[in-house]
Design a protein around this ligand. Structure first.
Ligand SMILES: Cc1cc2nc3c(=O)[nH]c(=O)nc-3n(C[C@H](O)[C@H](O)[C@H](O)COP(=O)(O)OP(=O)(O)OC[C@H]3O[C@@H](n4cnc5c(N)ncnc54)[C@H](O)[C@@H]3O)c2cc1C
Length: 433
């Protein structure tokens, strides 16, 4: 493998992944460094495996909207005067007045993607696009991180602190192997673009969450002659609770409440409010799907089928298609389908810390259930050998609550991370003087 030049300098922060979380951090860092003497500025570099900034591009379905208010952008809740707010973006695009007339808090996902890309282009940050962080080691005074590009080039970077923001990985049910026709929803647009013209005129979508319902809706519109079968274990799609009091679980203050609760209370709180985020669908989309299905009943020409209380057999590749059967659990009735594709909207799992940290994971403290011990400032608890901070953006639902993998708290959390790095480096300077 060719090795490209090492970066000799040790930066204060090395961010792994450059999605919205570490983009929010880059903005908070830039704003913190304004007016600070050069020697006291916090230095940083970010590594992103994608070739450019992209936010879940495979799910930018036409018409899909954000699940949070645009005011929960990358900056507003930390600094209302930031140059990186969604309102500033709208103003720069000369769309502010038009957006106001829309009378919504929930922009389209396509527009929010454009906002994030605008912010990534604008912020003054060193980002190594096209590189994956593959190894992290503690070298006594700093972390050494090996990063590799897809064409085999690699280099090492050094940093006093690491911020892991690698996002979530798609999961398929046990025994389901991905193929060109059997895939997770996360990259559905790419898969559909590569799919030959539908032969069987049938699609199956597994799952009962927001993404599943969005994919059902998209396939139904995109293939006007095809049947679309939604299959899931619940009796029906159920609405996401975005009512004002329940929405408080996403407030910055909720992180404090959650963190100071006992493990048992945390579990209870997550269970009470699961329907704000998991296996739940926007009510408007549920009503829209139901009304389409009802319209088809009236017209006597059905092609949208929602199979609740059901489960899907493991897909088998058939002649230019996939064979599955849908079991209706209450009656035991089975329906065999040969379809063009099966889409699994079956969720995600957090970044595998053991995979990314390798041997360094042995220096971190894990709980019996495998989740890491995380300090309030999002630092992994480590043994005393590791002096640098390994911070997590994501993967802290068990300790910091439901905002962990969402956009809701990025602005405030980024500010807290910067504050923690600054405070800890000042303490280090005092101790070493
Ligand atoms: C379709 C979809 C819609 C969503 N809509 C909303 C919403 O409306 N509201 C909301 O709050 N949340 C939403 N979410 C949740 C989502 O997790 C957040 O929106 C957001 O993506 C979190 O940002 P992140 O930076 O933590 O993770 P990500 O956006 O996943 O970014 C992580 C980045 O790290 C990179 N990476 C991973 N490992 C490495 C490595 N080893 N080296 C280098 N780079 C690496 C990845 O390529 C990726 O770009 C949605 C999720 C999906 C899938």
């Amino acid at each position: 493998m060719p090795k490209v030049n090492d970066v000799a300098d040790i930066v204060d922060i090395l961010g792994v992944g450059y999605g919205p979380s570490n983009l929010g951090l880059a903005i908070a860092l830039q704003e913190r460094n304004v007016g600070v003497a050069a020697d006291d500025r916090i230095t940083s570099v970010f590594v992103e495996k994608q070739p450019e900034f992209r936010w879940h591009p495979g799910m930018l379905l036409p018409g899909a909207t954000m699940q949070i208010s645009f005011l929960k952008d990358l900056a507003t809740q930390r600094n209302t005067r930031s140059e990186y707010t969604f309102i500033e973006y709208l103003s720069q695009q000369e769309r502010l007045t038009h957006f106001i007339n829309l009378q919504t808090f929930f922009p389209s996902r396509v527009e929010f993607h454009d906002y994030l890309t605008w912010a990534a282009d604008k912020v003054d940050a060193d980002v190594l696009y096209g590189y994956t962080a593959t190894e992290i080691a503690w070298k006594g005074d700093y972390f050494e991180v090996v990063v590799a590009s897809a064409d085999g080039a690699w280099r090492t970077l050094r940093a006093r602190n690491i911020v892991l923001a690698g996002g979530l990985s798609p999961t398929l049910p046990l025994g389901v192997l991905p193929t060109d026709r059997v895939f997770h929803n996360h990259r559905i647009l790419d898969h559909l673009a590569a799919l030959p013209e539908p032969q069987h005129g049938k699609f199956v979508v597994v799952g009962a969450g927001q993404s599943a319902a969005e994919v059902v809706s998209h396939l139904h519109q995109r293939y006007p002659d095809a049947e679309v079968h939604g299959v899931f274990g619940k009796y029906g799609y159920s609405p996401a609770d975005d009512s004002p009091y329940a929405n408080r679980v996403f407030d910055p203050e909720a992180v404090e409440d959650f963190y100071s609760s006992s493990p048992r209370l945390r579990e209870q709180l997550i269970a009470y409010h699961r329907s704000t985020n998991y296996s739940a669908v926007d009510l408007a989309l549920i009503e829209e799907l139901y009304s389409r299905e009802y319209g088809e009943r009236v017209a006597g020409k059905r092609r949208l089928f929602v199979h609740g209380a059901s489960e899907l057999s493991t897909p088998l590749e058939a002649d230019r298609g996939v064979e599955v059967s849908v079991l209706h659990r209450p009656t035991g009735r089975r329906e065999r389908l040969i379809c063009d594709a099966v889409v699994y909207a079956t969720g995600f799992r957090p970044l595998d810390l053991h995979a990314i940290l390798g041997g360094l994971a042995d220096d971190c403290v894990f709980r019996p259930d495998g989740t890491p011990e995380v300090e309030r400032d999002y630092r992994l608890r480590t043994n005393h050998m590791v002096k640098g901070g390994i911070y997590l953006q994501g993967g802290t639902e068990h300790s910091h609550g439901l905002t962990s993998s969402l956009l809701s708290n990025i602005a405030v959390r980024s500010g807290e991370l910067v504050e923690s790095v600054v405070t800890r480096s000042m303490r280090h300077a005092v101790l070493t003087n």
